[in-house]
Design a protein around this ligand. Sequence first.
Ligand SMILES: N[C@@H](CCC(=O)N[C@@H](CS)C(=O)NCC(=O)O)C(=O)O
Length: 206
Amino acid sequence: MADIKIYGVAPSTFTRTARLACHEKGIDYELVPMFPGQLGALNPFQKIPAISHGDLTLYESTAILRYLDRTFPGPMLWPQDSRQAALCDQWVSAVNDALVNSALRFLAHHFGFLPVPQEMADKYLAKAKEVVPVFDRQLGQSRYLVGDSMTAADLFLAPIVFNFPGIPGLKELGEASPNLARWMRDMSARPSMQATVPEPIAARAA
Ligand SMILES: N[C@@H](CCC(=O)N[C@@H](CS)C(=O)NCC(=O)O)C(=O)O
């Protein structure tokens, strides 16, 4: 039986982050298909993913990754050095705030997950055009978001950027970000990313 159950669905970027962490650390897990709103007591906020490990249930992806990192052996997702660890937290937060509230919201609009007026979607894309270059500049300075080794921050960023090529607006933004593109090629070559590629999602009808 798998050590960990992950409740969520493959196209969910946050669910993929939790799965990536398991693959990177070599943790056996089972993906239990569950859409937002179906989690019952697993997550009172009804978002995916949640996990269970024995009698522990957890939600919020950052807490999940921290728990996996501290509980299981395998490569550390947070650096040991306190400065590097703080930078990792900084970039995790930057993805979960700045990038989620721009590119990910635009992505959700594109796929019809987030019914918002067109002008709101336009604002998300405009914000993404400010935010994505910050990540691109950082990835021009180091191989990964924090130094030369992959960290949790990369595992939050990759599932979002993975979707850029299929979404007009984000596609052009990705193509104009050479460092982000180089990093995404590196990330895409990792077995963890290859093992978690979701089925393509159809865009909503115009
Ligand atoms: N802060 C949460 C965010 C999770 C999240 O937003 N998941 C999306 C799917 S990728 C979701 O469940 N959305 C449904 C909703 O917002 O109601 C985390 O870090 O796990």
